[in-house]
Design a protein around this ligand. Structure first.
Ligand SMILES: NC(=O)c1ccc[n+]([C@@H]2O[C@H](COP(=O)([O-])OP(=O)(O)OC[C@H]3O[C@@H](n4cnc5c(N)ncnc54)[C@H](OP(=O)(O)O)[C@@H]3O)[C@@H](O)[C@H]2O)c1
Length: 286
């Protein structure tokens, strides 16, 4: 596979696999030294796109934890200008609950706080974390457009949306990315046509939880058929899952999460795996 892809609708070249930074800030997170090492290893292996969100933290008292951690690490490594950081707004943390709040005023307040936490004048990619069932999607997207027009964000993305919602947003403004849960184990975005639509519309489809999810990955990757394929390619089951996504579409950007250096180093190697027709046939039968 190629070592870089253009982020659709931009002239930005990115490594085909990004880093999902969420495990660095949730329950069970590594200490700051290890978190720093994970980001450093990702960059060292060629990665240049990091996904975060203001609500990646333990609870409401430390909103912005993940953004501040990324900012601090990139600053220390003198890599702020080389790494593209995408964040999100539109969810409110309340202890263990994640509640959609994509009202314009809350989105604006969240975005302005993210600017401070990321210590930047303009966020590369600001994603609506989730549509808010309480208000029309057009109102949320309209506010993101206002923030873009004010220069606070460079590009707008969506997350946790269906095809109809992507189309509504596109009728208001340019959307450069759609981020949904997507893996061999969760193929809803293939089945409802969202991935195909993104590909045709030149929108990057960011596959979150690409190896099954932060808390579920172990029981999912411990699968005999997956292990057989992994052995055939001298790879890990995780690499096979990521390679499967890369093989599906050149518009897909998987963002595996990691709290260990070994995990992200392993995941980035997925780019070197060439699955053949028999492998794809086997995987599609899962
Ligand atoms: N938009 C949304 O609503 C949303 C929701 C969920 C996630 N996300 C984004 O998507 C990213 C990824 O999702 P996720 O973290 O939930 O799930 P995931 O990427 O499917 O799984 C992450 C876990 O898998 C393990 N892992 C990944 N690659 C591995 C490898 N090569 N070898 C061994 N272990 C490996 C990691 O373990 P270790 O911790 O042991 O390294 C990590 O904790 C998040 O970090 C976040 O940025 C977005």
């Amino acid at each position: 596979m190629e070592n870089s892809r253009q982020f659709n609708n931009t002239n930005i070249e990115i490594f085909p696999i990004g880093l999902g930074a969420m495990p660095l800030s949730l329950n069970g997170r590594p200490d700051p030294t290890q978190a720093h090492a994970v980001i450093e290893a990702f960059i060292h292996a060629g990665g240049n796109f990091i996904d975060t969100a203001n609500v990646y933290c333990m609870d409401e008292s430390e909103v912005g934890h993940n953004e501040r951690l990324i900012e601090k690490t990139l600053s220390k490594l003198n890599q702020k200008n080389n790494i593209h950081v995408a964040t999100k707004g539109g969810i409110k943390r309340n202890e263990n609950n994640w509640i959609a709040n994509a009202k314009p005023a809350f989105l604006r307040q969240s975005c302005e706080q993210s600017l401070i936490d990321l210590n930047t004048e303009s966020i590369f990619l600001y994603q609506l974390h989730s549509p808010d069932p309480e208000i029309p999607l057009a109102e949320s997207v309209g506010e993101l457009l206002n923030l873009k027009n004010e220069g606070k964000i460079q590009y707008i993305g969506l997350s946790n949306v269906n095809l109809e919602q992507v189309q509504i947003a596109l009728s208001i403004t340019q959307i450069i990315s759609v981020q949904n849960r997507c893996s061999l184990f969760d193929q809803r975005s293939f089945n409802d046509g969202t991935v195909e639509f993104c590909e045709k519309s030149n929108i990057t489809f960011i596959a979150h939880s690409p190896v099954g999810g932060h808390f579920q990955h172990k029981q999912l990757t411990d699968n005999d058929s997956l292990k057989v394929l992994a052995d055939k390619h001298n790879a890990s089951p995780y690499q096979i899952l990521i390679a499967w996504l890369l093989n599906k579409s050149a518009s897909i950007l998987p963002i595996p999460g990691a709290s260990k250096v070994a995990s992200i180093q392993d995941s980035l190697q997925a780019n070197t795996i060439e699955l053949d027709k028999d492998d794809i046939y086997l995987l599609n039968r899962f």
